[in-house]
Design a binder for this molecule. Structure first.
Ligand code: C5P
Length: 289
């Protein structure tokens, strides 16, 4: 039995260009990864011929285990590429909220691809594994490697960066946000601004430098997500006034928001207060890096 953490992704900034002729949006984003996530366990060869996927955990409800689950999609891509018929029991413990801007589904796909390679195709080169992850979605490749990077293109072109490990709190108000709907809203009302701030983030040595560089960046999907789900505005307004929140913003296409903190104690204190304030929200202290 082997297992892997499918780490949550956070977009520290997300600059979105107008849609191209495919209707997709070129973007530039600084992505970092949390030390919390879903868990994938793979046991090969136990139940005979078939693949089984069992889903448990706090966000299992409403998540189907069928062919459109990104874990199953990743398995099918792997089977097509290798000719292996995967006979394994996979368990997905869904600890991250679904459709929440922190890459949960892509992270699950990435984690299962690592486990499949280890089990069935240890000689598969990284670039082939990457191609399978890319087929799962725009966040597939970044979530496969789960390393801090500037993402460009549609999110698949990565430049690794070194960022300091940052204490943080993640907050999801318990509403899911449809990525295509947020992009459509952005197209209808977006103010397209300069997307390129990459040079500023190639060499960030301290948390102070990171936070002051972030002040000149945006998440261009924040306004359209708020237009669709006004609760996000409330979360951000409260987060930004908390003494422990050094910097606060929404991640991805929402609705999860994050606050960077100066210490783990601050992050834990902030988590506790927000948990009390919003008992039905998902609030977690973590490290991002
Ligand atoms: O690739 P993924 O399934 O994550 O994307 C979901 C949807 O978000 C796409 O179908 C597209 O409408 C939109 N999208 C986009 N530009 C991107 C990424 C996603 O327009 N760079």
């Amino acid at each position: 039995m082997i297992q892997k953490l499918a780490q949550a992704k956070v977009n520290l900034y997300l600059h979105v260009a107008p849609p191209d002729d495919k209707g997709y949006h070129p973007l530039q984003s600084l992505v970092v990864f949390a030390d919390i996530g879903d868990e994938i366990v793979l046991q090969s060869g136990t139940s005979g011929e078939a693949l089984t996927l069992k889903i448990d955990g706090p966000f299992a409800e409403g998540l189907g285990g069928g062919e459109d689950n990104l874990v199953v999609k990743a398995v099918r891509r792997f089977e097509q590429a290798t000719g292996v018929a995967v006979a394994a029991d996979i368990r997905l413990t869904k600890a991250l909220p679904v459709a929440s801007g922190i890459g949960g589904g892509s992270a699950d796909a990435g984690a299962v691809l690592h486990l499949l390679r280890r089990t069935y195709a240890p000689d598969m080169p990284d670039r082939d594994l990457e191609a399978l992850a890319a087929a799962v979605g725009a966040d597939g490749v970044m979530c496969l490697w789960a390393r801090a990077a500037i993402a460009e293109g549609y999110g698949e072109r990565l430049t690794p960066v070194t960022v300091p490990s940052m204490p943080a709190v993640l907050v999801n108000p318990g509403i899911d946000c449809s990525t295509p709907a947020v992009f459509r809203q952005y197209d209808a009302h977006g103010h397209f601004e300069n997307t390129d701030t990459k040079h500023t983030f190639i060499d960030i040595s301290s948390a102070d430098a990171l936070v002051s560089a972030l002040a000149n960046t945006r998440n261009d999907l924040e306004a359209p997500a708020i237009a669709l789900k006004p609760e996000i505005h409330e979360v951000l307004a409260v987060l930004k006034t908390q003494p422990e929140a050094w910097f606060a913003r929404m991640s991805g296409s929402g609705a999860t928001c994050f606050a960077l903190c100066r210490s783990d104690e601050d992050a834990e204190g902030l988590r506790r207060r927000l948990d009390g304030l919003w008992p039905r929200a998902w609030v977690r202290a973590c490290r991002l890096g």
